[in-house]
Design a protein around this ligand. Structure first.
Ligand SMILES: [Zn+2]
Length: 255
């Protein structure tokens, strides 16, 4: 991969954000393989397509590419709030690629977040645009990037270092075992996964996870048996090889 943006593709664009969008997309079309199936090309979707920017002809997966200078931070600015929520709840949201670039216009990080790591809880509603704005009343959203569990962030490029396509796709296939189409159940699993990640040691106990019961209850207020729900998520993660039960109420993380 050539990690530098091609600046010659921006001649017809004036605003900096448009230039970045065009250069980053052009870079992906020229250099990026499909992180889902490993196909060597990804292609552009025709402009009037409602979701995403680029797609893979081989597996049909659609990707949205978001880029930010230097580092991603806690939030990523995205499009219309209601559209985003509707896509997530109907399982029609695109896969997400998060890119960082340096001041000399070179790709430094590229992270792939599978679409099944999205829930309405990680989408923040922004304030409606003011009366004087061109699109007055329009409501955008932020993706709360920091709240996405680490397991859902697959490195394609990290600090300028590229990962091989088979490393990326095999990580994706492993993560795909966590795919849950029911968004409410998915929220439970991802929240418990975040709690496990929050515990620093490799081995943790059921009691330690129960300490998050109040937090989980505040996010899933309709559920009254939180501890049973926690055990159900642990069982799910164990069956899929992300944690191991080692006896006496103890679990070990499998990375
Ligand atoms: Zn593909």
């Amino acid at each position: 991969m050539n990690l530098h943006f091609d600046e010659s593709v921006t001649v017809n664009y004036k605003s900096n954000s448009q230039k970045i969008r065009v250069m980053s997309e052009f870079w992906a079309l020229k250099n990026l393989f499909c992180p889902c199936c490993g196909d060597i090309h990804i292609e552009k979707i025709q402009n009037n397509f409602p979701v995403g920017d680029i797609f893979c002809k081989n597996c049909g997966e659609i990707f949205e590419l978001k880029s930010k200078k230097n580092s991603t931070g806690a939030k990523i600015l995205d499009g219309a709030y209601h559209t985003m929520i509707e896509r997530i709840t109907s399982n029609t949201n695109p896969q997400l690629l998060v890119m960082n670039y340096s001041k000399n216009l070179s790709v430094t990080n590229l992270i792939f977040i599978p679409k099944f790591f999205f829930t309405p809880a990680i989408i923040e509603r922004r304030k409606p645009l003011s009366k004087n704005a061109r699109r007055a009343g329009w409501i955008g959203c932020n993706i709360l990037y920091k709240k996405i569990p680490e397991q859902g962030k697959i490195n394609i490029i990290r600090e300028g270092e590229e990962f091989k396509s088979d490393e990326v796709t095999s990580q994706y296939l492993r993560i795909k075992k966590l795919q849950i189409d029911n968004v409410r159940l998915r929220g439970w699993m991802l929240d418990v996964l975040n709690c496990i990640n929050d515990i620093k040691s490799e081995i943790f106990t059921l009691k330690e996870i129960y300490k998050y019961a109040e937090f989980l209850k505040s996010r899933h207020f309709y559920n009254h048996n939180v501890e049973a729900k926690i055990r159900q998520q642990l069982q799910f993660l164990r069956a899929r090889g992300f944690i191991e039960f080692i006896g006496r109420g103890m679990y070990k993380k499998i990375f």
